[in-house]
Write a protein of this length. Structure first.
Length: 132
């Protein structure tokens, strides 16, 4: 989760992605978080390469980032409240061909979630994969 345009940088084992098809993330907006203001989520994915270059991919209007209406239910028995609706994890696929990365800038070293589209929010991230 974040507030005030925060970002999260995730270092990865340096990987040459020049012969890969896509970068895939399985995630969902956290609809139970009040940080999402009952609205769809949006942010910028930034890919950091070993040569110092950065490629930005705006992520808006994606099914994985849609708000799922519901409410928190507190049973009053000391257990954590649960959300009344199911929030499915979905995949966001970024084709490597769309990054315009040449051979000199194809070694990925970090993935950054730059939360610069909304004032606050929360996501549930299951995994990030490189698909060959």
């Amino acid at each position: 989760s974040y507030t005030d345009e925060g970002s999260v940088l995730i270092p990865v084992k340096k990987t040459d992605i020049s012969n890969t098809k896509s970068l895939e993330m399985v995630l969902a907006e956290d609809p139970s978080s009040p940080l999402n203001h009952a609205a769809d989520q949006a942010f910028t994915l930034k890919l950091h390469f070993a040569d110092g270059s950065v490629r930005s991919v705006p992520l808006t209007g994606r099914p994985a980032l849609r708000y799922v209406p519901g409410k928190l239910i507190d049973y009053g028995d000391g257990t954590a409240p649960i959300y009344s609706a199911y929030s499915p994890l979905s995949m966001i696929r970024v084709p490597v061909s769309s990054l315009n990365a040449d051979a000199g800038s194809a070694v990925l070293k970090a993935v950054e979630f730059d939360f610069n589209k909304m004032p606050s929010g929360a996501i549930i991230l299951d995994r990030i994969e490189i698909v060959r």
